[in-house]
Write a protein that binds this ligand. Structure first.
Ligand code: CUA
Length: 309
């Protein structure tokens, strides 16, 4: 959080330093006064503390507190507003908080939906991006410490957050509002790319899935359709009877993502197999059921999912 990577984060970090300085000052002052009080000579029996002491207490307890709170109020007001003008963003991404993962929708320049993806959001570097934040269930909070502040996703409300990355890179985000059993395993990645690289990613994600070329791939696709997978997940483009359901993440380009189950495990063959075989073991309480499959079907399904690049 202290190594900010964009103007929105720089704004938050200024506010953080002001609060940190004031908090430290108050802590040191209180500790010093406490020490003075510990070593001050005791008043004689019957001697009154006098009105001078009461006056000093009022100055310290009242005046200083009011002044410091006012400084914090003004600082909050100054630094908590986004530095991007309304409508000044280059791109809007809609993020929907789910238990316990993130769906994201990208749009074309006319605002029509392009595609949906999950848990890994690419953005162009050097320009502000607006995140439109919604929730499907409980309250979540969208936070990318190196890129900006956090904003809650609340069911029935639409909130907005602007982020900008000055350098290409991968920035980790995390749900920052306790949302149930797997709140800790509700992470995501922001991948900031130069404009041309981002445009290529956008085209690739908007494209439909490529039909499997091998027999084992085709068998895997059949398993996907025949078992319960297609009831919750969508694979775009093919007439493979995926239901268009958004209960689970869109899998059209699953193999292009870096992690599985919202940052729970890396997206590698062993982890993918483990996730398919025992999702409740990897992330207890999540909505993905274990689907019992014959060994041949299982490895064909695994192979097919790995072709979804
Ligand atoms: Cu979602 Cu915590």
């Amino acid at each position: 959080m202290l190594e900010e990577a964009g103007p929105e984060a720089a704004r938050i970090i200024k506010l953080w330093w002001i609060f940190f300085a004031i908090g430290s000052l108050v802590l040191l002052a209180v500790a010093a006064l406490l020490l003075v009080a510990c070593f001050a000579p005791r008043p004689e029996r019957g001697e009154s503390a006098g009105s001078g002491r009461l006056g000093r207490t009022l100055v310290v307890g009242g005046g200083a507190t009011v002044v410091l709170l006012l400084i914090m109020l003004v600082a909050s007001h100054t630094y908590s507003r986004p530095s991007v003008e309304e409508g000044g963003e280059a791109l809007t991404i809609e993020v929907i908080g789910k238990r316990w993962w993130w769906a994201a929708r990208y749009f074309d320049e006319n605002g029509n939906p392009l595609f949906e993806t999950a848990n890994e959001f690419h953005i162009p570097v050097g320009i502000p991006v607006r995140f439109r934040l919604l929730s499907d269930d409980v309250i979540h909070s969208f936070w990318v410490p190196k890129l900006g502040g956090k904003v809650d996703l609340i069911r029935g409300r639409t909130n907005h957050l602007w982020l900008q990355a000055d350098e290409p890179g991968i920035y980790r985000g995390q749900c920052a509002e306790f949302c149930g059993m797997q709140h800790a395993k509700m992470a995501f990645l922001i991948v900031a790319q130069p404009a041309d690289e981002f445009a290529r990613w956008l085209d690739a994600q908007a494209a439909p899935a490529i039909a499997p070329a091998s027999d084992v791939g085709r068998r895997g696709r059949e398993v996907f359709v025949r078992s319960q997978c297609a009831d919750c997940h969508t694979i775009r483009g093919e007439s493979i009877a995926s239901s268009g359901s958004t209960v689970g993440p869109d899998l059209t380009h699953l193999a292009s993502r870096r992690s599985l189950a919202a940052g729970s495990v890396p997206n590698r063959r062993g982890h993918l197999a483990g996730w398919l075989a025992d999702p409740q073991g990897v992330k207890p309480g999540n909505l993905m059921p274990s689907v019992p499959l014959a060994a041949g079907d299982f490895s064909a399904l695994l192979h097919y999912l790995e072709t979804l690049r």
